[in-house]
Design a protein around this ligand. Structure first.
Ligand SMILES: Cc1cc2nc3c(=O)[nH]c(=O)nc-3n(C[C@H](O)[C@H](O)[C@H](O)COP(=O)(O)OP(=O)(O)OC[C@H]3O[C@@H](n4cnc5c(N)ncnc54)[C@H](O)[C@@H]3O)c2cc1C
Length: 427
């Protein structure tokens, strides 16, 4: 690989990187894709995914954030819920992605989960009815999931989908490779090589040792944690601050009278009426239990014996961009006063719904501070311009780092659309 040179190096294969690479390779450009993770096959769909594909960081203040280090990035482990971009992208930045959003919805057949899919979800339906009686609407979710390939009793989207029912960025990565891009896995980009104020390649760490890959243009899509690490090591020292991650409180409780949400799919329903503060929705029993383990609610372990009666809900916070990722990847993040107030309000509503549905009040445990949407760390208007370029010429960012603040909603549809827009109008 010594002496490699290309037109564009794309770093990372999540929705940002894979979509850009697919667009550029599709129009015949010379593209190398560098991915830190492996192209995992085995643990997909099994609990081993947590040990191999997940990278989990914890702040000293008790917030944890999860991301995928594998081909396809965090989409290998996401729930597959699809949300339109937050309004501020158009209103505050003038970034109108509506054309690309509509195109993507058609291309990937994104639509709400059909009724036949959840008609036997005893515990989840109790939550939906209880919410309704309290004046909160839990609505069926739009998903990146093909219901015909999906098993409604599986609830393992977060372990990777072994049925191919869930769209992941691997599909676009494969399209890019089929169109002529070259993919190198287990290639971790350490820094961008700069000469005369312009990017001229990257320094990469590989199992065979350090290498240099020269390029006319470098696009960083290593995610809200990976991208600011590379930028800071490359001299862009204001990257890494303003970190947000949409931390969740995941609640688990025992349904007093009947079945809980065991074998029912997580995040099929959500109440989006408080977007900008929080979103709340249903959680399958296994995921509700795993969340308690993740935040070390150890006494909760005995509840595993009551798995069939466990019922879960989540409250996903729109947190303030108050954290920081440093060049070594260390995360500094605490809840602000506003975050605490918003979270308390959401948790209170979710508890009322659970209790109304028949969950024993004393059994409810709350796993607080589980994030999965890292971003804000190379924001438009602060670290990069509206053209996604850094102060280093020919060095661009295209992933969730570019968001100036959180929209409080899952970002994958936005990121695919952003990458299409950027590839067609900027790159
Ligand atoms: C459990 C969970 C559930 C989620 N559910 C949803 C959902 O339902 N809907 C939704 O829209 N979003 C969801 N998300 C969030 C979503 O998956 C991420 O926000 C999104 O994938 C971010 O895209 P990205 O391109 O910014 O980064 P990523 O998808 O994280 O991709 C970054 C890529 O860069 C690679 N990389 C990192 N550092 C380097 C380096 N130094 N060199 C080379 N490669 C590097 C990584 O391995 C990875 O492949 C969820 C996330 C998690 C963890």
């Amino acid at each position: 690989m010594k002496g490699l040179k290309t037109g564009t190096v794309v770093v990372g294969t999540g929705p940002g990187g894979s979509t850009v690479a697919r667009e550029l390779a599709g129009r015949g450009e010379d593209v190398i894709i560098l991915e830190k993770g492996r192209d995992h096959q085995f643990p997909i769909g099994s609990i081993m995914a947590y040990a191999t594909m997940y990278d989990i960081k914890r702040s000293k203040d008790g917030i944890l954030v999860r991301r995928g280090i594998t081909t396809g990035g965090s989409t290998m482990l996401y729930s597959g819920n699809a949300y339109d971009p937050p309004a501020f992208l158009k209103d505050e930045i003038g970034l109108d992605l509506s054309k690309e959003v509509e195109e993507t919805k058609t291309q990937l057949d994104i639509k709400p989960i059909p009724e036949y899919f959840f008609k036997d979800y005893t515990g989840t339906i109790k939550l939906v009815e209880a919410a309704d009686s309290l004046g909160h609407q839990l609505e069926p979710q739009k998903r990146f999931i093909d219901p015909d390939k999906c098993d409604p009793t599986c609830d393992r989207c977060l372990f990777g989908c072994k049925r191919g029912a869930k769209w992941t960025a691997r599909e676009f990565m494969h399209d890019a490779v089929n169109a002529g891009a070259t993919l190198y896995t287990r290639h971790s980009v350490e820094e961008v090589l700069v000469s005369g104020g312009s990017a001229e390649g990257v320094r990469v760490s590989t199992p065979e040792g350090a290498k240099k890959i020269m390029a006319d243009r470098v696009i960083l899509s290593a995610g809200g944690i990976g991208t600011p690490m590379i930028l800071q090591k490359s001299g862009v020292t204001d990257a890494g601050s303003h970190f947000f991650t949409d931390p969740m409180s995941v609640m688990a409780g025992v349904m007093g009278n009947g079945e809980g949400t065991f074998h029912e799919m997580t995040y099929t329903f959500a109440d989006e009426s408080n977007v900008g503060e929080f979103v709340l929705g249903n959680v399958g029993a296994v995921n509700a239990f795993i969340a308690q383990v993740a935040v070390k609610n150890i006494p909760y372990l005995r509840k595993a014996l009551q798995m069939k009666k466990l019922t879960g809900m989540f409250v996903k916070l729109c947190d303030e961009p108050s954290g920081r990722i440093d060049a070594s990847g260390k995360m500094h993040k605490a809840f602000t006063e506003t975050d605490e107030k918003r979270m308390a309000k959401g948790v209170d509503i979710a508890k009322q719904i659970m209790i109304k549905a028949g969950v024993e009040p004393g059994s409810i445990a709350v796993a607080k501070g589980i994030g999965g949407h890292p971003g804000g760390t190379a924001a438009i208007g602060r670290v990069i311009g509206n053209d996604l370029q850094t102060r280093i010429k020919n060095l661009y960012v295209c992933d969730n780092s570019i968001m100036p603040h959180s929209g409080g909603i899952p970002p994958v549809l936005t990121l695919i659309s952003l990458a299409k827009y950027a590839a067609r109008n900027i790159f």
